[in-house]
Design a protein around this ligand. Structure first.
Ligand code: E4P
Length: 217
């Protein structure tokens, strides 16, 4: 399963890229708005740091506008994947952009039928939002199981990109279900690294080693 980070923050991306475990990045208008500044420059810099797929979202809501913006975003760097919302206009824009060879991530997916329709429109990725489903009392991860099953049945090349991830349990479940990609906020990636027994274990190993060295003197 590929790991993307869900952020527009260059410092976070730089630190994760340096670890050698990062496959790509997803951004959205809210995340880029939080960073301020020139979003084209930020996207270009993210692509340079990651050298993998970087999702950049259109803000137009009509098909023609989405195609125009999508072409413009795709022109920033070959690593850009154009993100469009799941609407009828978004589906039309997805099909058109995909026909031109642009990779498209269909976002704001909340049902299996939406994911199936996006795959039919030749999306490279669909982004089901598990955390936002959990927020309204549903079980977001059930949607991932449904989509993975459907895509496997018909051998759709569209990748399942698990989004709106809130905790490491989402990450583990996504991997067990066979999702292609998980996009994770930097704080949750940090939680994935941590285990108190690792820290305690390392401290004990080092103390024992020091004791043995001191006894030799
Ligand atoms: C995905 O591409 C979105 O940017 C993101 O995962 C949304 O997550 P949120 O529900 O935490 O805003």
């Amino acid at each position: 399963m590929k790991l993307f980070v869900d952020t527009g923050n260059l410092k976070e991306i730089e630190a994760l890229a340096a670890l050698g475990i990062l496959d790509g990045v997803t951004t959205n208008p809210s995340l880029l708005a939080k960073e301020g500044g020139d979003s084209r420059r930020i996207l270009r810099e993210i692509c340079r740091l990651v050298q993998g797929p970087v999702s950049a979202e259109v803000v137009a809501t009509d098909t023609a506008g989405m195609i125009r913006e999508g072409r413009d975003l795709a022109g920033i760097d070959p690593h850009i994947v154009v993100k469009v919302p799941f609407t009828k206009d978004g589906v039309k824009a997805c099909k058109a952009l995909a026909s031109e060879g642009t990779r498209v991530n269909v976002t704001l997916v909340f049902s299996a039928t939406q994911a199936w329709l996006a795959a039919k429109a030749r999306a490279s990725y669909v982004s089901p939002f598990v955390g936002r489903l959990d927020d309204i009392g549903a079980t977001g991860m059930n949607l991932i199981r449904e989509i993975v099953d459907i895509f496997d049945n018909f051998e759709f090349p569209t990748q399942v990109l698990v989004a709106s991830v809130r905790n490491p349990v989402h990450v583990v479940e996504a991997a067990r279900m066979g999702a292609d990609v998980v996009t994770v906020p930097a704080a949750v990636i940090e939680q994935c690294f941590k285990h108190p027994l690792t820290d305690i274990g390392l401290e004990r190993f080092l103390k024992d080693w020091e004791k043995a060295q001191a006894a030799k003197v």
